[in-house]
Design a binder for this molecule. Structure first.
Ligand code: CP3
Length: 345
């Protein structure tokens, strides 16, 4: 147990050994009937995110059922572009739709003027959630990394490979640099404000880091993340930061060495033996059960979870998925997984 009394934070204490703490990305969401019930009553997804008592309630739902060691505040990475003045909508079955930001003129329409007041419902949700959570449960705040936010802003929607934002790096570097600088400041402020409202850990989601070349990854995932981690550490030196450069394979070693993150979340783009050898000696590793296996094959999932636990063992490890829980996941499978992890000795 960590001296704060929080089991989750033990993973960051080098001398700790024991059952790894666990939580699951997208642990609140459409696989839970009680989420869908509450979601139905909201006008739209963003409105749902900006209603503090609803956001608090859905953050608590998975904790009541499965008692994870940490809760992640219910929000979205796209609240940052929205708070900067970008037009952001979520369409049923389509995902996010934004008015694209593709040149310096489009950027002039964005500003920090209403940023903090726009995001105040997220901070209120954090305050409510911290009060309502069991004392031993850690509250995680989060933000998208600048590159991943730039992907959605430039493209205006989801994409398989985000070619347009990737070519923009070469075609209009002056614009691209301004956009990423603006986002780096915005993400830093949002992370610090979440800590002030009760977040005890911050996770930075770089969901589209995997499409970047080696040089682009260094310039647009590592460098901005390093600035964000420094800003957080300057204000709150003891708050752990978890980085998630999704699908980044062997590029994760440089990410860990250079950004200053306290933990790195991994997915299926690396083997467990590689991560054990190249990452775990330097940082806390988080991951990486296949979220599809969790949804579709309970027995095979439990075997794989045992393999992950046996490889990473009892220190410097946080059990999680390779990516978020999908809506098709039977809650029963999540219960079986949480029981397995809890009984791990
Ligand atoms: O439980 C948690 O993890 C906390 C809540 C959370 C959400 N989104 C809620 C959500 C978190 C941490 C996110 C992060 C997020 N949002 C990311 C990074 C992680 C990742 O998945 O790569 C990204 C890229 C987004 C952007 C986003 N939001 C997309 C592409 C979509 C549509 C896809 C989908 O799953 O529907 C969303 C919508 C969204 N964000 C939902 C939830 C629960 C579903 C919308 C709904 O319930 O109507």
């Amino acid at each position: 147990m960590n001296n704060s009394g929080k089991y989750f934070l033990s993973a960051f204490t080098p001398s700790f050994s024991g059952r790894p703490p666990f939580w699951l990305m997208r642990q609140a969401g459409r696989y839970l009937p009680e989420y869908k019930e509450l979601r139905k009553k909201a006008k739209n997804f963003l409105d749902f995110c900006y209603t503090p008592d609803k956001a608090c309630e859905v953050t608590l739902q998975p904790i009541r059922r499965f008692n994870m060691d940490a809760a992640i505040i219910f929000s979205d990475i796209l609240v940052i572009p929205h708070a900067l003045g970008a037009d952001v909508r979520f369409e049923e079955g389509k995902g996010p739709i934004l008015k694209p930001v593709q040149n310096s003129k489009d950027l002039e329409l964005l500003s920090r003027q209403n940023f903090a007041s726009h995001l105040s419902p997220v901070y209120e949700a954090l305050r409510l959630t911290r009060k309502a959570l069991p004392a031993e449960t850690t509250l995680i705040g989060f933000a998208g990394a600048p590159w991943t936010l730039a992907c959605y802003m430039i493209e205006g929607k989801g994409s398989r490979d985000f070619q347009l934002p990737r070519t923009m790096i070469y075609k209009d570097p002056a614009f691209f640099i301004k956009l990423v600088d603006m986002l780096t400041d915005a993400v830093s402020s949002h992370a610090i404000a979440q800590i002030e409202a009760g977040a005890e850990v911050i996770q930075i989601f770089d969901s589209w880091a995997g499409v970047l070349s080696e040089k682009q990854f260094s310039d647009w995932s590592i460098v901005p993340t390093k600035k964000i981690v420094s800003a957080i550490k300057k204000a709150y030196p003891s708050i752990p930061v978890i980085g998630f450069p999704r699908m980044s394979g062997s590029k994760i070693t440089d990410y860990v060495k250079q950004t200053g993150v306290d933990a790195v979340s991994i997915d299926g783009s690396v083997t467990l033996s590689w991560a054990k050898e190249h990452l775990q000696p330097h940082t806390v590793v988080q991951g990486n059960l296949d979220q599809l296996l969790l949804a579709y094959d309970k027995n095979a999932m439990l075997e794989e979870a045992k393999r992950i636990l046996s490889i990473f063992g009892d220190k410097r490890f946080i059990f999680n998925l390779g990516h978020g829980v999908i809506p098709e996941t039977p809650p029963d499978n999540v219960l079986a997984l949480s029981e397995l992890i809890r009984s791990y000795a």
